[in-house]
Design a binder for this molecule. Structure first.
Ligand SMILES: C#C[C@@H]1N[C@@H](C)[C@@H](O)[C@H]1O
Length: 437
């Protein structure tokens, strides 16, 4: 293997209790909120293509004109207690919240920037009441932080000259100071979700990214940081030059889910997903396909069946309220989770071979296996290939506890018959297995 000083420092996944707790979340919420929620995908009355939180860049807005949005940020409907209750009712176990996106606007009173919530009409810390409200609901808080900062004059896309490096060294110090602030002001933060680390300047800062991660973990032992922060000294990201993961979990699954368990490569991982095709911040015009609660529940079950977590994004409006579609989705998902959560929480990959009708998950607590059924065959007969040395002791519909008929076909093949009728939501069957010695 290639000798590396700033590659992965651990082979294999973390084995500590903080990471085991992270692994058991199942369902998370992402919240993207900032100045970009004010224009909401429109500029001078015209819709702008691309993600709403990128409007400054995609519309090439004059920085002064974009930054002037700060004078309009006065979210009179911001109610973190109500936000946390909506998340709780959805069945959320952890939340990732944007403290600073690429535009550099800080939702906390940072001493190191003039572009913060304190210079807006709101004049109050947004993050502190958010963390308190979510923690009060038993939801762990992770803070999103964009390394790339379009507002800071010391940011560089590439280090071409000596003066670039001098400026970027100041920028690295600024970054370390802001992260220290966040962990100090919000000590219950369980992890940091880094973004904006794809440019050449950061790829050339592998040593710094390594030292920064070690510094942050010393400041907050147990902190969970994904693979999007680091670069090795050769500019590799996520996997170092020896193909080893740099970070506590694989953070590449943005708006995509691994097709096969092989693609997971045994890493811890989460998928972060938008409701429309690709909008993280509030966009007044959701064009294209908007996912239904059943589609989202299928993505959730798919991720858990492959050992990952699923994180659904919400983009509050500039005034701090949520759009109707998101409020409805949170409720519908919550109704399903209330009945079927045991197939999702503290669950992961099962011993069963995947079938067309949906996904198997296995609970780490009850040891039971669950069949999360999306594609009901016309026969209502679900194929089940029982692993060797096991047999099914019971097969019940979650919720109703109705025992379902089990029919042996041949060898390890069986059928479980679903009750007839049209289902509005995915059905979950709980399998109790016993050894078949
Ligand atoms: C690209 C990009 C960013 N990564 C997602 C998590 C959003 O923050 C989006 O703006």
């Amino acid at each position: 293997s290639i000798p590396l000083r700033h590659g992965a420092h651990r082979i294999g996944n973390r084995t500590d209790s903080d990471m085991a707790h992270w692994r058991d979340y199942g369902l998370g919420q992402f919240i993207h909120w900032g100045l970009y929620a004010i224009p909401g995908g429109f500029w001078h009355g015209q819709p702008v293509n691309g993600a709403a939180e990128w409007i400054r860049s995609s519309k090439k807005v004059d920085p002064k004109e974009y930054d002037a949005l700060i004078s309009q940020f006065n979210p009179v409907k911001y109610d973190p207690v109500a936000w946390a209750l909506m998340a709780k009712n959805m069945g959320t176990k952890y939340v990732t919240f944007t403290t600073k996106h690429h535009d550099g606007f800080c939702l906390w009173p940072s001493k190191y920037s003039d572009f913060t919530i304190m210079q807006s009409p709101w004049k109050k810390d947004i993050i502190k009441p958010f963390v308190e409200a979510y923690n009060k609901q038993g939801i762990d808080v992770y803070l999103y932080f964009s390394i790339m900062d379009w507002h800071n004059p010391d940011w560089r896309y590439e280090l071409k000259t000596k003066s670039d490096s001098v400026a970027f060294d100041r920028f690295k110090e600024f970054t370390k100071n802001q992260l220290t602030e966040l962990l100090t002001l919000y000590p219950t933060t369980k992890g940091l979700w880094f973004d904006g680390t794809w440019d050449k300047s950061w790829k050339a800062s592998g040593a710094f990214s390594d030292e920064l991660e070690q510094y942050l973990k010393k400041l907050r032992p147990g902190l969970v940081i994904g693979s999007r922060l680091r670069a090795d000294e050769k500019g590799n990201r996520h996997l170092d030059a020896n193909g080893r993961l740099m970070g506590d979990y694989h953070q590449v699954w943005e708006r995509k889910i691994p097709e096969t368990i092989a693609e997971v490569k045994g890493y811890d991982w989460e998928c972060v997903m938008t409701v429309p095709e690709n909008q993280w911040g509030y966009n007044a015009r959701w064009s294209g396909h908007v996912k239904s609660s059943s589609e989202i529940i299928e993505m959730l079950a798919n991720c858990v069946s492959k050992g990952g977590n699923f994180v659904l994004n919400f983009g509050p409006k500039g005034d701090g309220s949520f759009r109707e579609e998101e409020i409805r989705l949170a409720k519908e998902i919550g109704n399903w989770m209330a009945v079927n959560g045991e197939a999702i929480y503290a669950a992961g990959q099962s011993d069963f071979r995947k079938e067309d009708w949906g996904y198997y998950t296995k609970s780490k607590t009850s040891g039971k296996t669950y069949m999360v059924v999306f594609n009901t065959p016309v026969t209502n007969m679900l194929k089940v290939n029982i692993p060797k040395n096991q047999k099914i002791a019971s097969q019940k519909l979650l919720g109703s506890k109705q025992v379902l008929p089990l029919e042996h076909i041949e060898g390890r093949m069986h059928y479980i018959r679903l009750p007839g009728g049209v289902r509005q939501q995915p059905a979950v069957i709980e399998l109790q297995l016993i050894s078949d010695d």
